[in-house]
Design a protein around this ligand. Sequence first.
Ligand SMILES: *Cc1c(COP(=O)(O)O)cnc(C)c1O
Length: 409
Amino acid sequence: MKFNTKLIHGNRKEDETGATNTPIYLSNAYSHNSAEKLESIMMGTSMGYAYTRISNPTITSFERRIASIEGGMVATSAASGMSAIYLAITNIVETGDEIIASSGLFGGTYTLMRNLKSFGVNVKFLDTINEKTLKENITNNTKLVFAETIGNPKLDILDIDAVSKVCSENDVILIIDSTVTTPYLIKPLEHGADIVIHSTSKYINGTSNAIGGIIVDGGSDKYKNEKFKNFELFTKKYGRMAFTAKLKNTIGRDLGAALSPVNAFLNLTGVETLSLRMREHCKNAIAVAEYLNENSKVVSVNYPKLKSSEYYDLAEKYYSKGASGVLTFRLGSKENAFKFINNLKLISNLTNIGDTKTLIIHPSSTICAGNTKEEKLQMGVYDDLLRMSVGIEDIEDIIQDIENALKAI
Ligand SMILES: *Cc1c(COP(=O)(O)O)cnc(C)c1O
């Protein structure tokens, strides 16, 4: 199947009733008519459902769909993007280990990384992750590199081929958060990533009606390296499925951050139109970026597909279909930024991205308010910066709203 067909039919199982959508199974537990059957399900030696925190038919259906479109071996969902990231990281690292992460990370992930210190896990934040900086910073204790395809809100583009090559040479796991780009724009596993993460709350769901996250396992044999002693049992028994087997049997079960079956259903519905939506998001975002770029009240615009962007060449290399719907721009002062927001009518002021609706936020006073001045600078968050997630309304209406608000400055 090709991509658009997979969005609708990938790994789909026929329901015996003929229902065209997997029903929402709102049942915590599943009964079986023999003790032997339940024993074998609980031991993982036969297929079936026992308890919804562990697995559920609607959730499984969603996980299989995402594994199909991302080209992964298997996918595990979670209650949110944050819990997916937390689970994936803590499934790998132990006290004394090191993580290398980009300083342009999504704010919540940045804080999560910083908080790992209390478990004795050290995170090195690099302003730029590339072949050179990685080679300089990887040590024997480095277990994983965590980066975003296109950073939110820094909008820096990862040279994923170069980075995955260094990770492979050093047996370091590469986890990629592809929330901003989705498999419509890039499939990180094809570029050498080991694990792909999405906050499905954003573009995968598409209409912002369900918080969720997912971890896609590409099936790596790096865990066989002696530095991953904590994987020994799992690589012996499960081979390339070691990561997911460990996740499901240890931290995943311990934390119990299961996705709701209702949210799995909403995501299954949403993801069918991913290509249609992403095409419009990309088309509208470049139009807004070009419009803002021409306006004298706008100090600068950051969108990787603008020729003025320092990431333009990488954007051309990796993102031929577009660079998603998120852009940032500066208005000269915090006062101007606030005035702009206060004069918008169509565009909503809120903390989110990836909705069909156009959204705006002033990151410095909201999502990054808990970060120090220095951290904000590292993240590319300035006092006069606004982040916009361009929706799929008619472009004329979006531009009209922006034009009116700019007049107020
Ligand atoms: C929103 C977001 C997250 C966190 O996801 P939640 O579903 O809100 O927990 C992680 N990474 C990126 C890039 C995001 O945009």
